[in-house]
Design a protein around this ligand. Structure first.
Ligand SMILES: NC(=O)c1ccc[n+]([C@@H]2O[C@H](COP(=O)([O-])OP(=O)(O)OC[C@H]3O[C@@H](n4cnc5c(N)ncnc54)[C@H](O)[C@@H]3O)[C@@H](O)[C@H]2O)c1
Length: 274
């Protein structure tokens, strides 16, 4: 794991930008802390906070930032971008929120604006550590010029950076969370079978390599360490729903994901199963 104090010495002054963070919750706080560590001038706006440990706060949005990261709940992302355009913002807009499939392209076309999508993969409980030690960064670029600018922002992390288009990066984020939801559900369902057959599910999962994936990385109390605990929290339930909506938008029936949600809801509602 990197020592973040080292970075400031190594990287401060190499590139210097004015960074605006909109929405200072779990994701925005982590993004502000990252920007500040890189030595950028970092300002933030969130109606909930008058002050913030990792950035200077403003009463509204500013128009002279080089990059603005939007870290609000996805429902308000279109309004925030509309407001930025209305006040004459000309810098790069980057959506970090987990938006429904197709959002970035639709908003870019509506406002004739350059917007990148840059999904966040951190865990809620360890947001500040995860943001400086990501397994990878994914950039859904609107154009190579802006993709390059965003790459420069993340280069000090010295981690893999994958560049793609926004449609793809949106799907990557939804798939990554849905994969977790399905795997958690997979093991919860296996636990029911094992219990009925008086087989120890811990022994089964312990001797299946794939079982290591879930539970260790997750911040929640689910996975192979917590059999029969439904997945929950702010992200997994809604992100698998966004993925199912994406299937439906192309007239497909996502049977696996529908079954996953149905089983998870059954677990949530039934004490007998747990
Ligand atoms: N929590 C996670 O672990 C996590 C991880 C990856 C991605 N995400 C995604 O990132 C997005 C944000 O999630 P979060 O967990 O940081 O949410 P959060 O609820 O912790 O924070 C969102 C913040 O946005 C602020 N906000 C709401 N409307 C605003 C507006 N119009 N202008 C400025 N600020 C506004 C709220 O006051 C709040 O503080 C979501 O799309 C989420 O799915 C979350």
């Amino acid at each position: 794991m990197k020592d973040t104090n080292d970075w400031i010495k190594i990287y401060k002054g190499e590139i210097y930008m004015k960074i605006q963070i909109i929405g200072l919750g779990t994701v925005g706080t982590a993004q502000a802390s990252l920007s500040q560590k890189f030595g950028h001038e970092t300002v933030g706006y969130d109606p909930k906070y008058e002050s913030h440990p990792y950035c200077k706060t403003n009463n509204g949005l500013i128009i002279d930032a080089d990059i603005t990261f939007i870290c609000t709940p996805e429902l308000v992302v279109p309004d925030v971008i509309e407001h930025l355009i209305e006040i004459g913002y000309k810098g790069l807009i980057v959506i970090k929120s987990t938006v429904p499939s197709g959002t970035t392209k639709t908003i870019s076309q509506k406002f004739n604006a350059h917007i990148c999508h840059n999904p966040e993969f951190l865990r809620e409980k360890t947001n500040l550590e995860d943001v400086i030690n990501p397994s990878r960064t994914v950039i859904g670029e609107c154009c190579s010029e802006h993709g390059e600018m965003l790459k420069k922002f993340y280069e000090p992390l010295d981690r893999p950076i994958y560049v793609t288009d926004p449609d793809t990066s949106e799907i990557i984020k939804l798939v990554s969370n849905s994969f977790r939801a399905v795997t958690i559900t997979f093991w919860n369902e296996i636990a029911i079978l094992c219990n009925k057959k008086s087989v120890d599910v811990n022994e089964v999962s312990g001797m299946c390599d794939s079982a290591k994936l879930i539970g260790e990385w997750e911040g929640g109390n689910w996975g192979t360490r917590y059999f029969l605990q439904p997945y929950d929290g702010k992200c997994l339930p809604k992100d698998i729903r966004h993925l199912r909506d994406a299937f439906r938008s192309v007239d497909e029936n996502p049977k696996l994901f529908d079954a996953c949600e149905e089983f998870n809801n059954k677990l949530k509602n039934s004490k007998n199963l747990r």
